[in-house]
Design a protein. Structure first.
Length: 233
């Protein structure tokens, strides 16, 4: 009955975490945990990785409705080293191969989680990758359920100096999102001051190929505040 709560992961270098044939994450918080602080960490891959079985790869994932009230701020996801150079690279093998930088796959609705001031940059994915909407090849920040604010994050760059490159060889239609929220919550939720740009999504065939900066809310969502976001080329 005692939750694993109020833990802090800060100023860590978390790198070369990857499951070739299984789902993988740098930090994964699930049942029996709540109110974690994840701040100022660096998540990177020093060499290119290749999946053998398609699965989800995430840097930070919350995966239970038991989890509430987390703080995810100041983290850097991408690059090939802690110095912030090179590309974070991996190769997919099926439409189940997809990457999410910060992923609230399941989350509670009692206390709000704050996702702010994180940078997701210099990432290159190739091979056969995910499809559309919530199963897209790449999503910088994905909020599937629960109560959270998503403010002042940078995905790619507005000046083109730090990029996200998705080269998808799947013959199915595919999409890429900077921020994607499908959570249904009655409480006020904000998506403010995020910067999204320098994202390239290409296909090696004639299948449809889409790119969306920010998609927030579901058909039953209320009280969304979306202000002052910058979405560039």
């Amino acid at each position: 009955g005692q939750y694993n709560s109020k833990n802090t992961v800060t100023n860590c270098e978390i790198y070369d975490y990857f499951g070739t044939a299984a789902q993988s994450a740098g930090i994964y918080i699930t049942s029996g945990s709540t109110e974690w602080t994840i701040t100022n960490n660096k998540f990177y891959q020093t060499v290119s990785k290749t999946q053998t079985t398609g699965s989800i790869h995430a840097a930070i994932q919350i995966g239970s409705t038991n989890v509430d009230g987390c703080v995810i701020t100041g983290n850097t996801i991408g690059f090939a080293n802690a110095a912030g150079t090179g590309m974070y690279q991996w190769v997919g093998v099926s439409t189940s191969s997809r990457m999410v930088g910060i992923y609230l796959s399941s989350h509670g609705s009692t206390q709000k989680t704050i996702i702010s001031n994180n940078s997701i940059q210099n990432i290159s994915l190739s091979g056969t990758l995910g499809s559309t909407t919530s199963s897209s090849a790449f999503i910088g920040i994905q909020i599937s359920s629960g109560w959270s604010d998503c403010n002042s994050n940078t995905i790619g760059s507005l000046d083109g100096t730090k990029t996200i490159l998705i080269a998808n060889s799947s013959t199915s239609s595919s999409e890429v999102y900077g921020i994607y929220s499908s959570a249904s919550i009655a409480a006020v939720t904000t998506f403010n001051n995020n910067s999204i740009g320098a994202i390239t999504h290409s296909k090696s065939n004639t299948a449809a190929c889409g790119l969306v900066g920010l998609r927030a809310g579901s058909s039953s969502s209320n009280n969304l505040i979306i202000e002052d976001n910058a979405i560039g080329n």
